[in-house]
Design a protein around this ligand. Structure first.
Ligand SMILES: Nc1ncnc2c1ncn2[C@@H]1O[C@H](COP(=O)(O)OP(=O)(O)OP(=O)(O)O)[C@@H](O)[C@H]1O
Ligand SMILES: [Mg+2]
Length: 308
């Protein structure tokens, strides 16, 4: 089969591993920078071109669209899907996964447990807010569209108030969340509805919390059935074939706090000794096979829509 990895560079660890895994399985894999793809609309329907030349034959697309190029990258992926190419992770699901508020809402409405959360556009009713999330300290998460956000631990109501005011003056949205302390932080990699690797992430000693992410250590984890089910359900609810689901091992069951549609696989592969890239490729090939006859010629890419 012919696989396209939509990624800014073939040198990125995950991209490189996917290409290696595809080639090791006898497939042809090509890395295409989404920013080099030109999309045409109008006469003859949608078409895609790379440097003016019709996009070459592809059977399946593996998107690795960085958040920094989300808008254009997802338009390219959308164009490919409109042309009938099977894509591992669709545009809608990737877009959704990059909106933390929407993901938390959807997970919660679908019965996947999330940390207690309040979303509000102004810091009024602080006392209520704190009560809802189970008391102090609380976590304030900054949400900045597609970029990486940030997390602030607030130990007092005053700290919370000033944090919220400052953030809102910057015109950013926030989420106030129960600070689930002293529990494990798990990341599960889900491929095709199955957990294929799981990690426990430990903060650097002496750090106030795991909020800082930096310096954390990763080790292989075996998930309890409940955590495994939560990860699989989260992937399904968001609609991702491949993703990483972040959870806290809270008393009373795991709490999902983030779903990544474009996670790096390095930690997963190195800490777990699992061929995650291989699992991704195999799932992509399975999807392409299930979607129908392999796409051969360029005609599809040059504009005719042959599959819905
Ligand atoms: N409700 C919570 N209670 C306790 N710790 C949490 C909670 N939510 C997140 N954390 C910790 O804080 C870290 C960062 O949170 P989160 O992933 O939501 O923010 P982020 O902006 O995506 O940061 P990062 O880029 O580091 O993942 C998590 O890896 C987790 O260890
Ligand atoms: Mg995160």
């Amino acid at each position: 089969m012919h696989l396209t990895v939509l990624s800014r560079s073939a040198g990125i660890f995950t991209t490189r591993r996917i290409v290696e895994a595809a080639r090791a399985r006898g497939h042809v894999a090509r890395v295409v920078d989404p920013l080099r793809v030109e999309m045409r609309l109008g006469k003859d329907g949608p078409g895609i071109f790379v440097r003016g030349v019709a996009y070459p034959a592809t059977d399946v697309v593996i998107p690795r669209i960085a958040p920094s190029v989300s808008q254009y990258g997802l338009a390219v992926l959308n164009q490919m899907a409109l042309l009938g190419l099977p894509v591992l992770n669709g545009v809608a699901a990737i877009g959704l996964s990059r909106n933390k508020m929407r993901v938390l809402q959807l997970l919660s409405a679908s019965g996947v447990k999330v940390p207690r959360t309040v979303m509000a556009s102004e810091p009024s009713g602080l006392r209520e807010m704190v009560r809802h999330v189970g008391g102090l300290p609380v976590l304030v998460k900054l949400l900045r569209g597609n970029e990486r956000s940030g997390v602030i631990v607030c130990e007092t109501r005053q700290a919370l108030e000033s944090a919220l005011q400052a953030i809102q003056r910057l015109g950013q949205n926030t989420v106030v969340q129960q600070y689930v302390r002293g529990v494990g932080d798990l990341r599960a990699f889900v491929v095709g509805g199955r957990v294929v690797a799981a990690l426990r992430r430990r903060p650097r000693t002496g750090r106030l919390s795991r909020t800082l992410g930096q310096g954390a250590r990763f080790e292989r984890a075996t998930l309890a059935a409940e955590a495994e089910q939560a990860a699989v359900a989260a992937a399904q609810v968001v609609g991702l074939e491949f993703c990483a689901v972040d959870m806290l091992e809270a008393p009373g069951g795991p709490r999902v706090f983030e779903v990544h549609s474009t996670p790096g696989i390095r930690e997963g592969e190195e800490a777990c000794g699992v061929d995650l890239a291989g699992a991704i490729v195999e799932r992509a090939v399975e999807l392409a096979t299930a979607t129908g006859a392999p796409v051969r010629k360029n005609r599809r890419a040059s504009g005719r829509r042959t599959r819905g």
